[in-house]
Design a protein around this ligand. Structure first.
Ligand SMILES: *Cc1c(COP(=O)(O)O)cnc(C)c1O
Length: 380
């Protein structure tokens, strides 16, 4: 099997050299746009590409407002603050995620509470959230509280793992019933659809990342999207040091951040976003080929759920058990095909080991079995 897999991937990418998990491609207007910023001298945090990017990301995510950010982590941090998360609050999220999700919660002085994922989506489970709230939740005047800890449950952060949308309808219903704002960590799912609507547009806020390993990249960058135009303006204000516009005075009316995306990076992401649809089509075709290949081998390739369109940012297989997983990882990496296990669960990390959590049956099941395989856009 390993031998066949190695030749299959080498064939896909037409090379017998090292094959990485995910690399960016710059074959559109990237050079032209970046050069424009240099020639205009507007390389920093003010410039036409920043504005253009904000329009593009709002358009792609079908939301009223898009705000450029320096990266996805800071976008999450600010979105949580705008959702009302404060020092001493709790925030529900999944343990099966990239560390930035939990970090952004902590940056606001809140504690992540880890709720299990669904096996089918690999993202936050609405049933598990409901179970947890039935046991510990209590609705008070200013929101939902955890009866046991006495802390406010200020937000819920589902993450669309590898571009596969969580069960959004069910999750939104639960959070709505319990009066809990939703911030979607859509860092991995740009362009993924749930019932025909883009991920990131379902929660009170949605957050994207344009890091170098994501489906499209700004070099580094992020964005907040929201239908709440006022909140969008507040996001912009907060991330530009909360400076009040004035001809010459420096006056800042609250604790802001310098979380702006430079125009240089915005130029790159504008050119990349022009190609997003092509990238997704390309990846979906690759996913189909992988699915056929692994189907013949009796190995489970993870496909999208009904009623969703996944962007297939990072593709993955589900192996039999931990031993098979380790064997697959070792043999493929040894042969120059880069593969990676899914993340270690957040409560295995020293800074999150004491956090509240429910039973993590599905998260632990997936942790033992999921392996990412090379997923870059294929050269045609
Ligand atoms: C990449 C990623 C982020 C963070 O984005 P950066 O731009 O790298 O800060 C957050 N959450 C998830 C799930 C991610 O994959």
């Amino acid at each position: 099997m390993i031998k066949d897999f190695v030749s299959f991937v080498q064939d896909v990418y037409s090379t017998d050299e090292f094959i990485p998990l995910h690399v960016p491609r710059f074959e559109g207007n990237e050079k032209e746009y970046v050069t424009n910023t240099i020639e205009s001298t507007f390389v920093s945090s003010v410039g036409a590409y920043v504005d253009q990017f904000e329009d593009m990301i709002a358009d792609i995510s079908q939301t009223a407002s898009g705000v450029a950010m320096v990266n996805g982590t800071s976008a999450l941090q600010v979105a949580l603050r705008l959702a009302g998360v404060k020092d001493g609050d709790e925030v529900l999220t999944q343990a099966l995620t990239f560390v930035a999700t939990a970090n952004a919660i902590r940056y606001n002085g809140a504690d992540p509470v880890f709720i299990d994922v669904d096996r089918d989506t690999m993202g936050l489970s609405p049933d598990a959230v409901q179970e947890f709230l039935k046991e510990y939740g209590e609705i008070r005047e200013d929101g939902c509280y955890n009866k046991q800890t006495g802390k406010r449950i200020a937000a819920c952060v589902p993450m669309h793992t590898f571009g596969f949308p969580v069960h959004l309808d069910e999750l939104l219903t639960v959070c709505d019933n319990w009066n809990i704002p939703v911030v979607e960590d859509a860092a991995e799912s740009l362009g993924s659809l749930y019932n025909g609507k883009p991920t990131g547009s379902f929660g009170d806020f949605g957050v994207f990342s344009f890091n170098g390993n994501k489906i499209v990249t700004a070099g580094g960058g992020g964005a907040i999207v929201t239908d709440d135009v006022e909140a969008g303006q507040h996001a912009k204000h907060l991330t530009t040091t909360a400076k009040k516009p004035h001809d010459y005075e420096y006056y800042h009316d609250e604790l802001g951040y310098n979380y702006r995306m430079p125009n240089l990076n915005a130029a790159l992401i504008c050119a990349q976003l022009e190609q997003l649809d092509d990238y997704i089509e390309n990846k979906r075709a690759l996913a189909k080929d992988y699915s056929d290949f692994f189907g013949r081998k009796g190995i489970k390739f993870r496909n999208e759920q009904a009623d969703t369109r996944a962007n297939y940012w990072l593709m993955c297989v589900e192996l039999e058990d931990r031993k098979e997983r380790d064997d697959f990882l070792e043999k493929t990496n040894e042969r120059g095909i880069m593969t990676r296990p899914i993340w270690q669960l957040m409560y295995r990390l020293p800074m999150y080991e004491d956090c509240l959590r429910d039973e993590q049956q599905n998260a632990e099941y997936l942790e033992d079995r999921i392996v990412n395989i090379p997923s870059s856009v294929r050269v045609e």
